[in-house]
Design a protein around this ligand. Structure first.
Ligand SMILES: Nc1nc2c(c(=O)[nH]1)N[C@H]1C(S)=C(S)[C@@H](COP(=O)(O)OP(=O)(O)OC[C@H]3O[C@@H](n4cnc5c(=O)[nH]c(N)nc54)[C@H](O)[C@@H]3O)O[C@H]1N2
Ligand SMILES: Nc1nc2c(c(=O)[nH]1)N[C@H]1C(S)=C(S)[C@@H](COP(=O)(O)OP(=O)(O)OC[C@H]3O[C@@H](n4cnc5c(=O)[nH]c(N)nc54)[C@H](O)[C@@H]3O)O[C@H]1N2
Ligand SMILES: [Mo]
Length: 822
């Protein structure tokens, strides 16, 4: 008999019960030690599975198809494994109790919202992994850096770097010994100030942000940087949902989603494009399960049949858990080829138009919402003319979807009364991503599926506050109106020139224009494309600075001077003047709410992100104009400053104090259109028949394959938690490439063989990533899948989304060759 951990018992909200297969008894015990209880669970499961991943990744991995539903008992087991591996102390267990509760911290996992009024938080395996990684008791202190030279740390894998634990002290690079050594905070700030003041042009510095940063830290950061004189704000969202943020303003006037969680309760049809929620937004499966149980139609549009979109066992549904039951999620799977969504969506729109023509001819009810179109939109006639002119042959060839499937999808869409369309990286990381998102917006507008209950656009953001960071000013192309208001609030003239995005920053570093790189969170070296060139760019800097919680690759790929500045994570108590400070974040559905850390900081020498930003600002600009320390003393003052500077934040402190916070107005949700015409705009875009992929195919024929780079189940972006991708049946390894068996046969390769991948680009640079094991997989012909960041060396720096600059990480033309030496 084994007792499940206290944590997990609370997590899964189960009464005493016995697992039907293993006979384990689960008790919501309150006194068990986390170790005593978590180990036995694992040992018990170990009889059926593997034990190796508790300590180190298995030296030799294996492939074993996974035939269960997503989540369920497997997720509970993984939670236990991660809590043990991270040696999360008993005291810190209480962090998990508070996760996503009104008075706790916002889960650093993803940007999926939580219901406003809920007494318990949703079970989420990957949320727990994110929290365990932050609350780990492992430490990367000065002793670690005395032991290893930077060159030696560079030889370690991303997984090994992550396993060193939390950083404890500010560190500076010492070139004489090739090590990082401790530095006083004041000296670190002074070094930054000296470098920044020494630049002849503020545009010689670039200031990166990753989306975990709070609104308060991000606002102060952009204020500091704009007062310094530049709009160089490369941001993780440049590599992520940028095509959403650039594409939607043209069509519906604002680059945000139009739904809230409540709309999921009313939708009758859901179209899930290019997303793997079981891994990347597990709490979304709760909503999808409820929709499915209500009888809503859910369609997955994805080259892969992702497990979580097939079946889901809700760990919080005792009956489902005990009976080993599950709920089917999608009733239809459409598997376009990579980047085929634009043609597919255009095809569905064309078919809808044809069906509407037929209905009109037969005097039957219209299939387009003509009242909405007439009163709320412009450009419909030109859009229809373009749809009618589009060739079916091209639509089918470019989408890779058979005619009958497309017909079926069009009919589902045409009959859905309240349709929500969600999307992730499968739509955004392509050359024509902006056009794809605009076409989806067109399609939704045709039936008035925007701005009414149960319907709307739902981009699913990644980082937990990536949307908030943008809202409060992390934007390299700010509007003049934004700058006017900020300048007025702080009585200064902000720089008006547009700044560099992520890819432009790398190029500017390479050509010697940018000399200083500051990263507020994130792992730029590993997340950015074209790894060797990104490394070269960072190494050419005079100074690189990383504000960070854990050691990562970017700290080792550094400038002549380099600083690692360790900061508090979101789970940790942030005391200023003896008062615990909360920060605010905005989720993917524009809900803004408070987050309070509740565990003791990993080290007494950590500063909050807000304090570090203020320290950099003070050392660079002085305090004559802005009382930086005064803001650090009380974050409510920063929120007042946000209220003064940014539209929509009236009564910020008061409104955000309410449990669950408040919804930041999204005009398009209310059918107000902030566009040039004052209406929602139908946008015409053609199928691009001359992309780098078309050109490469013309040259290499069927040997040319298209690679997508994506996340495994055991990673958070560049943070590698473990070596499994269990829903896709990969265990103990990451260097795999999923391929269609027919393609393999055609090019004379076979599953299990090791291959090198070369990308095809016409700038004469050889880009390769070596030694990946071929895995036969249900993936459309001509397409490959592999994990990021191992494959980032293959993404050419110049290959970006038109109009958004996002690296085309999901459509890389490549060739495979057998690895030598096997
Ligand atoms: N646990 C965990 N959670 C995370 C993250 C994490 O790494 N780990 N990352 C966070 C971040 S920053 C983000 S942005 C999100 C990312 O979440 P996702 O958007 O789910 O990201 P990916 O893993 O890149 O997977 C993309 C999905 O798109 C599909 N796809 C690829 N190409 C195409 C295409 O051309 N068309 C279509 N229709 N589908 C395609 C793939 O098959 C895959 O299912 O998750 C966030 N949450
Ligand atoms: N090939 C390919 N490349 C991609 C993608 C892809 O799908 N394929 N996806 C892209 C996407 S969607 C994104 S969002 C980017 C992600 O790019 P980033 O956001 O730059 O990368 P992360 O891996 O999320 O950053 C992890 C690091 O953040 C730091 N960190 C964690 N928590 C905190 C905190 O609270 N404060 C601070 N200051 N630091 C913290 C830790 O040091 C950790 O190592 O990668 C992009 N790159
Ligand atoms: Mo992302």
């Amino acid at each position: 008999m084994t007792t499940i951990t206290q944590r997990a018992s609370v997590l899964i909200q189960l009464p005493n019960c016995t697992h039907p297969r293993t006979g384990l008894v689960y008790t919501p015990a309150s006194t068990v030690s986390p170790y005593a209880s978590a180990f036995p669970i694992f040992e018990q499961y170990g009889q059926h599975g593997r034990k190796t991943i508790l300590s180190k990744p298995a030296a030799k991995g294996h492939i074993a198809p996974y035939d269960h539903a997503a989540a369920g008992w497997g997720a509970v087991k993984q939670v236990a494994i991660n809590l043990v591996r991270e040696k999360v102390s008993g005291v810190n267990y209480k962090t998990l109790f508070k996760q996503n509760q009104p008075d706790g911290f916002d889960c650093p996992g993803c940007a999926w919202p939580d219901p406003v009024h809920r007494s318990t938080f949703g079970f989420c395996e990957n949320g727990v992994k994110a929290v365990a990684a932050e609350t780990t008791s492992k430490r990367a202190g000065p002793d670690l850096f005395a032991r290893y030279k930077v060159a030696e740390l560079m030889a370690q894998s991303d997984y090994e770097l992550e396993q060193h634990g939390r950083l404890t002290d500010p560190l500076v690079y010492d070139s004489a010994t090739d090590t990082y050594v401790p530095i006083a905070w004041s000296d670190a700030f002074a070094l930054i100030g000296r470098h920044l003041r020494a630049q002849d042009d503020p545009d010689r510095a670039a200031f990166y942000t990753s989306g975990r940063t709070s609104n308060e830290a991000a606002f102060l950061y952009q204020l500091f940087v704009r007062m310094y004189g530049t709009n160089n704000f490369p941001d993780c969202s440049n590599m992520c949902h940028e095509p959403t943020s650039r594409g939607l303003p043209t069509t519906v006037g604002i680059g945000k989603g139009t739904v809230t969680l409540e709309d999921f309760e009313h939708a009758d049809t859901l179209l899930i494009f290019g997303q793997n929620p079981a891994t990347n937004h597990p709490r979304m499966l709760g909503e999808l399960r409820a929709c499915s149980k209500r009888g809503a139609t859910i369609v997955s549009i994805n080259p892969l049949r992702e497990r979580g979109l097939e079946r889901f066992t809700d760990p919080q549904a005792p009956l489902e858990m005990l009976t080993n039951g599950s709920t089917p999620i999608s009733s239809m799977f459409v598997q376009p080829k990579l980047g085929g969504d634009f043609a597919l969506i255009k095809g569905v729109a064309k078919r809808l138009l044809e069906l509407d023509d037929e209905a009109r001819a037969a005097d039957a009810p219209r299939l387009v919402d003509i009242a909405f179109i007439e009163s709320h939109t412009s450009g419909y006639d030109a859009f229809c003319a373009d749809l009618r002119a589009e060739s079916w042959q091209d639509i089918l060839a470019e989408s890779g979807v058979p005619r009958e499937k497309l017909e079926h999808l069009a009919r589902i869409y045409a009959t859905g009364k309240r349709v929500i369309a969600t999307w992730g990286m499968g739509l955004t990381q392509h050359k024509h991503a902006v056009a794809t998102i605009q076409m989806l917006s067109n399609l939704m507008m045709m039936r008035g599926n925007i701005g009414r209950p149960g319907a709307g656009l739902c981009p699913v953001r990644g980082h937990s506050n990536v949307q908030g960071d943008r809202t409060v000013g992390i934007e390299e192309k700010p509007t003049q109106a934004f700058l006017d208001r900020l300048g007025k609030a702080f009585n200064f003239e902000p720089p008006r020139r547009h700044g560099y995005d992520a890819v432009e920053t790398i190029k500017a570093m390479l050509d010697g224009h940018v000399r200083v790189f500051v990263g507020l969170g994130g792992n730029f070296a590993a997340a950015a494309p074209d790894t060797p060139r990104t490394y070269q760019a960072l190494r050419s800097c005079a100074l690189t600075v990383h504000v960070t919680t854990k050691l990562n690759r970017s700290h080792l790929v550094h400038g002549k001077d380099a600083l690692i500045l360790p900061t508090l994570g979101r789970t940790e108590i942030d005391l200023q003047q003896g008062v615990s400070q909360g920060v605010t974040v905005e989720d993917s559905m524009s809900m803004v709410h408070m987050s309070y850390g509740i565990v003791r900081p990993a080290s007494p020498d950590l500063l909050s992100e807000v304090a570090i930003v203020a320290g950099m600002a003070k050392a660079t600009l002085g305090s004559a104009h802005v009382p930086w320390d005064w803001y650090v003393d009380d974050y409510a003052r920063i929120r007042d400053a946000i209220e003064l500077s940014i539209a929509g934040f009236d009564d910020y402190n008061a409104r955000v104090a309410a449990p669950g916070g408040f919804h930041l107005k999204v005009a398009s949700r209310e059918r107000e259109w902030i566009t040039a015409t004052g209406k929602a705009q139908f946008v015409v875009n053609a199928i691009d028949r001359d992309t780098p992929i078309h050109r490469a195919r013309a040259r290499y024929g069927d040997r040319l394959l298209v690679l997508m780079t994506m996340r495994s189940h055991d990673q958070y972006n560049t943070t590698i938690y473990g070596m499994d991708d269990r829903y896709r049946g990969v265990f103990g390894m990451r260097r795999v490439v999923f391929a269609n068996p027919l393609d393999l046969a055609m090019i004379g390769l076979a599953a299990g063989q090791w291959v090198d991948i070369t990308s095809v680009w016409d700038d004469g640079i050889e880009r390769r990533a070596d030694r990946f094991m071929l895995v036969a997989y249900d993936i459309p012909r001509g397409c490959l899948g592999a994990y990021y960041p191992e494959t980032n060396p293959l993404v050419p720096l110049d290959s970006v989304a038109n109009g958004a600059g996002t690296p085309t990480s999901k459509s890389i033309p490549v060739l495979l060759t057998l690895s030598t030496g096997q």
